[in-house]
Design a protein. Structure first.
Length: 131
């Protein structure tokens, strides 16, 4: 999409278009069917995540997930879109979550753990330990 957008367009305009596309394209198919099977308290979630070497991510059948690289900074940051919501995170975490596998190192940052627990509690994803 970025290649099709005219080059003279301002970066702000391009970013706004990409943001809107991310939000709209990840709207859930049947939002009423997305419900968490259980609630994950933060303390229990941190303890469980600390034991896992890697996590296989299972997306709810009605959930949609996408990510985009943020071009307005020098760090490796991304916007993660899940069910019409957005989260600022690392590229590695966003890519791993969308592709269904997170390594332990992807959960080193507290913000990434918070996003993971939020999505678990929304019912958007389920996790299974690997290894």
């Amino acid at each position: 999409l970025l290649e099709a957008w005219p080059e003279p367009a301002s970066i702000a305009t391009r970013n706004a278009l990409m943001y809107a596309l991310g939000m709209q394209s990840t709207e859930p198919r049947n939002p009423e069917s997305i419900e968490a099977e259980k609630t994950w308290p933060v303390a229990a979630g941190k303890k469980w995540l600390a034991r896992a070497g890697a996590l296989r991510i299972e997306h709810h059948r009605a959930s949609r997930c996408a990510w985009q690289l943020k071009n307005d900074d020098e760090e490796s940051t991304a916007l993660l879109f899940v069910n019409g919501e957005h989260f600022a995170t690392t590229v590695e975490f966003a890519r791993g979550l969308c592709h269904g596998r997170l390594a332990a190192r992807d959960l080193n940052e507290p913000r990434n753990r918070e996003i993971l627990l939020t999505l678990l509690n929304y019912g958007s994803i389920d996790i299974h330990p690997e290894g």
